[in-house]
Ligand binder design. Structure first.
Ligand code: ATP
Ligand code: MG
Length: 592
């Protein structure tokens, strides 16, 4: 892998890149030392262009529409579309819809929405492997006529038994030597629907003794009597991934067919089909390491199970690592893209800390998110010397990181809500927030001093009474005196009640299912905490669904689609604490 982080986005790149690369350099001996390289795939593309092997680069993102896209797919999307954009080529969106049993239109729609959300554009290049079924069929016939494919009557289990192992060669099927005529006849009848599911397959006739198991007469077609989302009941035989993928690439003039490492052993087969068929172009396959994240499972199969078993509320549950989930949670697409820039593209598998993704997201939100006041766990404050019935509109900064975001008016009055955690009747030494006799600043408002505590029969504090200093309007004292804490607040008469949902890792363990544990035993029972008695300032009440803001001192929050007029619901996107910085410091120690 290369350690160069492309200079495309202005995130705190240098520290990030240096430490991350130092860590990976230890893991990956393939690391190139030449600093001008970006990553090994971009190098290959650049060389192919420079040396005239291709005129322009054509890539594709080829999802199977059998689930929603996850964060791992985003890496592939950013790589494929990124390369096309950087080298002036194009990237296709191709649905690999060859298995009608698991595929649905809902997934097709969600995948398109997710790629668009990441702000990539396939233009007119939207394709479906199913559009090529007729051509693929003709090519299968071509191989049969060449004596390079045959219809096998063995069952799936028998085929598996005949396949052999890594140390033992496979056994040839008794149907392997059928004549081309007989194979053509049977294959036509397979297509015509004469045979039940699983009764026959079409296999390439290559080498049952090959050291590469993928060469041991791989299956090209299966009989599946199922209605396809696009081709309906036109077909009852469907091509395998291995047979469909490379040929689809060739039809579309793909130059670089980029996939994850588990397909490395399939590459010779990919090339075999291309060499043995009259395809219109010669694509090549390149493999990179898939993204793995701590506390996260990136597998559509597992995500589907989480949905189906009700561990989450749906594919777009804010705890899900799907792109629709993180979008609902409030992650900006730019943060996702920045993250893929940070991790780069490697040739060997690794696990990236999810805190690094969160760090990238915070970087974007810190620059962009408007600051607002909200109180999640409210405690009443009454300002005794503030006139009853008076309301002042105080000016508050929308975003200290972005002057152009301007200011807003926040209503202030005699009764306020503050955070219960910000008050202690009997504080320990290092607690600087509100307590009896203590003066603190209310952000953008006044200095207040706690004069009295009101408790209920059980002894719980239900109200704090304060006095304010009218000379400290805006939050500064003319005599220059300082306070040690600044609290957020909401005027009780103006506060809008809100529901706030706090999120934590869906899987409590950094490595879910590791060390022989049941995967779902690692689910975090506290991944969601719902707070129903929160208050937000009026400016937040009608925030657009999907918009992410910062509730000062609390974190980033996104208006959820469950919001109703006057009853907003917010998802906590992230807290403000950047734990990746800490991990980074540890990494620096480890690699020093
Ligand atoms: P899953 O294992 O979640 O089912 P998949 O590989 O079967 O994923 P596809 O729809 O076939 O899902 O994937 C489309 C593209 O995304 C493929 O090129 C695949 O290699 C890539 N991809 C899938 N998961 C990851 C990942 N974790 N990191 C990087 N790329 C990925
Ligand atoms: Mg797949």
């Amino acid at each position: 892998m290369s350690c160069e982080i492309r200079p495309a986005r202005p995130l705190a790149r240098h520290n990030v890149a240096r430490v991350f690369c130092a860590i990976f350099a230890l893991m990956d001996t393939d690391t190139a030392s030449s600093p001008e390289r970006s990553d090994f795939i971009r190098d290959i593309v650049a060389a192919d262009l420079r040396e005239g092997r291709i005129d322009s680069v054509v890539t594709r993102f080829p999802p199977e529409p059998n689930g929603y896209l996850h964060i791992g797919h985003a890496k592939s999307i950013c790589l494929n579309f990124g390369i096309a954009n950087e080298f002036g080529g194009r990237c296709h969106l191709r649905f690999d819809d060859t298995n009608p049993v698991k595929e649905e239109q809902e997934y097709i729609d969600s995948i398109e929405a997710d790629v668009r959300w990441l702000e990539f554009d396939w233009g007119e290049h939207l394709y479906f492997a199913s559009d090529y079924f007729e051509q693929l069929y003709e090519w299968a016939v071509h191989l049969i006529k060449q004596g390079k494919a045959y219809v096998d009557d063995l069952s799936a289990d028998e085929i598996r038994e005949h396949r052999g192992t890594l140390t033992e060669p496979g056994k040839e099927s008794p149907f392997r030597e059928r004549s081309a005529e007989e194979n053509l006849d049977l294959f036509e009848r397979m297509r015509a629907g004469e045979f039940p599911d699983g009764s026959r397959v079409l296999r390439a006739k290559i080498d049952m003794a090959s050291g590469n198991i993928n060469f041991r007469d791989p299956v090209m077609y299966r009989i599946v009597h199922a209605t396809h989302p696009r081709t309906g009941d036109a077909w009852c035989i469907y091509p395998s991934y291995d047979f469909a993928h490379g040929q689809s690439d060739a039809i579309e003039d793909i130059t670089h067919s980029i996939c994850t490492l588990e397909f490395q052993d399939h590459r010779p087969l990919y090339d075999w089909f291309i060499e043995n068929l009259p395809v219109p172009s010669t694509p090549h396959q390149y493999e990179f390491a898939r993204l793995n994240l701590t506390h996260t499972v990136l597998s559509k199969r597992v995500l589907l199970k989480l949905v189906n078993e009700g561990h989450v509320r749906g594919w777009d549950d804010p705890r899900m690592p799907t792109l629709s989930g993180i979008r609902r949670r409030g992650f900006p697409a730019e943060g996702m893209r920045d993250f893929t820039d940070m991790i780069g593209v490697a040739r060997s598998d690794s696990v990236v800390e999810v805190e690094m993704l969160e760090h990238a997201v915070r970087g974007v939100l810190n620059r962009q998110a408007l600051r607002r006041f909200a109180v999640l766990n409210p405690l009443k404050v009454v300002i005794e010397n503030y006139p009853e019935g008076q309301v002042e509109d105080l000016e508050a900064t929308n975003n200290p990181e972005d002057e152009s975001a301007g200011t807003r008016q926040v209503p202030f009055s005699r009764e306020l809500w503050i955070e219960r955690d910000d008050f202690m009747e009997d504080p320990p030494k290092k607690f600087y927030r509100l307590s009896p006799g203590r003066e603190v600043r209310l952000r953008s408002a006044y200095f207040v001093t706690c004069s009295e505590v009101v408790k209920d029969a059980s002894g719980e504090v239900v109200e704090v009474r304060c006095t304010y200093d009218p000379d400290t309007r805006g939050g500064a004292a003319p005599d220059g005196r300082k306070v040690k804490a600044t609290l957020h607040w909401v005027s009780a008469a103006h506060a809008v009640p809100a529901e706030v949902r706090l999120y934590d890792h869906l899987f409590g363990s950094a490595y879910p299912g590791a060390d022989g544990r049941e995967l779902f035993d690692d689910l975090n029972p506290d991944s969601e905490t719902v707070l129903r008695d929160c208050f937000v300032e009026p400016a937040v009440a009608d925030l657009a669904v999907g918009e992410t803001i910062q509730f000062e001192r609390l974190g980033y929050f996104c208006a959820d689609s469950d919001s109703a007029p006057g009853a907003p619901v917010f998802n906590r996107t992230l807290t403000l604490k950047d734990t990746w910085a800490k991990l980074q410091a540890q990494g620096r120690q480890n690699t020093a």
